[in-house]
Write a new protein. Structure first.
Length: 229
């Protein structure tokens, strides 16, 4: 009887250890990584130095791979961030913050369509991602601007545009921070509309964006003189 009792006791211990170990493994695999708020670039560098060797050795958890990718993004190593975050979506496809960070990485690479699609996945996945809706709206607007630019550029190449469309294209260039392209178009517009205050406003904005503040001030003064009243 004692032997049977010992066997039963050991069996319970074994079952308990298996269950406990399984729970620990499950918890380890499913615990989300801690949110990181970097205060300095030195903190970013420390995380990269700590986690990169684990990644190269193939001994990194999905949580740490996510953290490494976020550190890459903070460091400006956007391509490395994209590669890492895409891998995390395969390892842990239901962690919405991966899609949030991946969308930002795509956005910084100017892959706006991918950014929108990825952020939409995050929003569908978790109500905690609702703050992305405002960013999504801006990104979708950016897509529309890019499409309009492509249309107008094609018309300009075919010489099918009037000065109003050239001005529109120049303004869209300014929206996309393409000051040099905007200035080239605005110079053409000024040949036709020498006394238009709105054109000089745009010229001033283009010069200011490119850092030529003296010319920007001169153009704005011209605009003020031309404005009625």
């Amino acid at each position: 009887m004692k032997k049977i009792a010992v066997i039963i006791f050991l069996t319970f211990i074994l079952i308990g250890s298996i269950i406990g170990g399984g729970y620990y493994w499950y918890k380890k695999q499913n615990t989300p990584p801690q949110t990181v708020a970097y205060k300095s670039i030195e903190e970013v560098d420390r995380d990269i130095a700590r986690l990169e060797p684990l990644d190269k050795a193939g001994r990194i958890s999905w949580q740490n791979k996510y953290l490494l990718s976020v550190a890459y993004l903070q460091k400006g190593r956007v391509a490395d961030a994209v590669k890492g975050l895409e891998e995390v979506t395969k390892l842990k496809p239901n962690f919405y913050k991966t899609y949030e960070s991946l969308g930002m990485a795509y956005y910084r690479l100017d892959e706006i369509e991918k950014a929108v699609s990825t952020w939409e996945t995050a929003v569908k996945m978790s109500p905690d991602a609702a703050h992305l809706n405002e960013i999504l709206a801006r990104a979708k607007q950016r897509i529309e601007i890019k499409r309009r630019i492509e249309t107008l550029e094609q018309e300009v190449k075919q010489e099918q545009v009037n000065w109003q469309k050239k001005l529109e294209l120049a303004m869209l260039y300014l929206t996309m921070k393409r000051a040099a392209d905007a200035k080239t178009l605005l110079e053409d517009v000024l040949k036709i509309k020498k006394d238009d205050a709105d054109v000089y406003d745009s010229v001033a904005q283009a010069y200011a964006m490119s850092g030529d503040f003296e010319k920007a001030i001169a153009a704005e003064k011209k605009a003020l003189k031309l404005k009625p009243g």
